[in-house]
Ligand binder design. Sequence first.
Ligand code: SAH
Length: 208
Amino acid sequence: MVDTQISNRDIREPNVIQVMKIIPRDRFVLEKHRALAFSDQALPIGENQTISQPYVVAFMTQALKLKPSDKVLEVGTGSGYQTAVLASIAKSVYTIEVIQPLLDRAWSVLSSLNFSNIHIKCSDGRLGWKEHAPFDKIIVTAASEDIPPSLLDQLADNGKMIIPIGQQHWSQDLVLISRQGKRIIKEKLLPVRFVPLVKETPKKHKKR
Ligand code: SAH
């Protein structure tokens, strides 16, 4: 997967390549899609959501220029695969998912891989995680029409955020946002297609 989809495209950051070789993507996909776990595509993970294409995970991680000392906020845990990639490079990852059953599944896989620097919350990620702000890096893995103001507020000075921006269900652009004091710099990097960042309240487990 890494040789044919990551290293031979524009992913050059050695720590990203290294980590993508180690994290077992097959553990994060549904059993019925396991044969496709290392293919060049997004895959359904239930609840109408998807695990991102490996290349997009690598591209977003590389764009953030992660350092071992970074505290990262991730919005849209989904399968937990991107979370694992981030947590293998950064100091800590705070990840928020709005659909509880997805978060439960992601957490069981991440725990089985012995991560101890990941913190999870079932909530609307557009509001960020104020108690742990500011974050050196913020990654949003669902498409938004605008930059959620709370996320921008919670981005540290000299911090970077990557977020797909655009009309939902149509193509969006991955936008890299850098904060330098009061200056906010925005750069469009790559056309992408993500599921929408929802504005609903968290969907909890139904009691049976
Ligand atoms: N990085 C994930 C991508 C998951 S898809 C992976 O590779 O597996 C995007 C995820 O964002 C979905 O799980 C969806 O439920 C979640 N999401 C959508 N809107 C959200 C919101 N407002 N807050 C938190 N998570 C949200």
